[in-house]
Design a protein around this ligand. Structure first.
Ligand SMILES: Nc1ncnc2c1ncn2[C@@H]1O[C@H](COP(=O)(O)OP(=O)(O)OP(=O)(O)O)[C@@H](O)[C@H]1O
Ligand SMILES: [Mg+2]
Length: 236
């Protein structure tokens, strides 16, 4: 697949002693317990670990969707806690491609409009955004389904729309939470190839959470989490 980047580049990530504690009815849940992590620009790393280990929390915090209870998150050397809410949301739209466990598509918009959304929010010309969105939907195998709303697509198809949307702007940082969890093996492999190829070609930084150990091994680096901590980091 040869999709040209519209915004090449990458984004380094550093976490310093990051903790995240949730307090629910006076019960403390320590989702992250002192994460230290440095990912130079262009690093692609898988994150594995049991359910509840803190993987999604880690991605939310790196993605500026949530704040750490303690510690610092640096993106390209800048402390994200000092960003205003509006600066953070502009930054997220242009610089981070999210693929969530729950795909968060807008139900009242078509597949094509959902994929176009980050481009329109960024103020890129509608014609350019549409062309690119059509190309992205084709890349995830959904040509011909442009005008279907999420409710008219299967779970796996919705997940592919979400992946096309995340990649639309070729963001320098991809945060993917079980991106191929809902897909059959053949589609999953095709989407994995697309993600890994785009990431490599555009030197994107990527954190990819997965329970699939074969997929984890396809990334150049692996992180293993347990009980809110990183317990192992290796390369393949
Ligand atoms: N908003 C929240 N409020 C309270 N507790 C939370 C919240 N989000 C996560 N947690 C708790 O934090 C811990 C880590 O959750 P997280 O979602 O990061 O796990 P995970 O590793 O992604 O698991 P899974 O593989 O099941 O997706 C869990 O014990 C979870 O119950
Ligand atoms: Mg999770």
């Amino acid at each position: 697949m040869s999709l040209k980047s519209v915004q090449p580049g990458s984004l380094g990530v550093a976490l310093r002693n990051v903790h995240k504690t949730y307090i629910i009815e006076s019960q403390k849940i320590e989702a992250l317990r002192g994460i230290n992590l440095a990912l130079p620009q262009g690093t692609a790393v898988s994150v594995t670990g049991k359910s509840g280990a803190g993987k999604s929390t880690l991605l939310q915090i790196i993605g500026t969707l949530d704040q750490p209870s303690m510690g610092k998150v640096l993106l390209n050397g800048s402390d994200v806690s000092t960003m205003s809410d509006s600066a953070a949301s502009t930054f997220r739209n242009c610089s981070i491609g999210f693929v969530f466990q729950m795909n968060n598509l807008l139900p009242e918009f078509s597949a094509l409009e959902n994929v176009m959304m980050p481009g329109l929010i960024a103020g890129t010309s509608r014609r350019v955004v549409k062309e690119r969105a059509v190309e992205m939907l084709a890349a995830v195998g959904l040509s011909g389904r442009e005008n279907h709303r999420p409710g008219e697509l299967s779970g796996g198809e919705q997940q592919r729309v979400a992946i096309a949307r995340a990649l639309l702007m070729s963001p320098p940082l991809i945060l993917a939470d079980e991106p191929t969890g809902n897909l059959d093996q053949k589609t999953s492999l095709a989407i994995q190839d697309l993600l890994l190829e785009l990431c490599h070609e555009n030197k994107m930084t990527m954190l990819l959470v997965t329970h699939d150990l074969e997929l984890a091994r396809r990334l150049p680096e692996q992180i293993v989490m347990e009980d809110g901590r990183i317990i192992d980091r290796g390369t393949s």
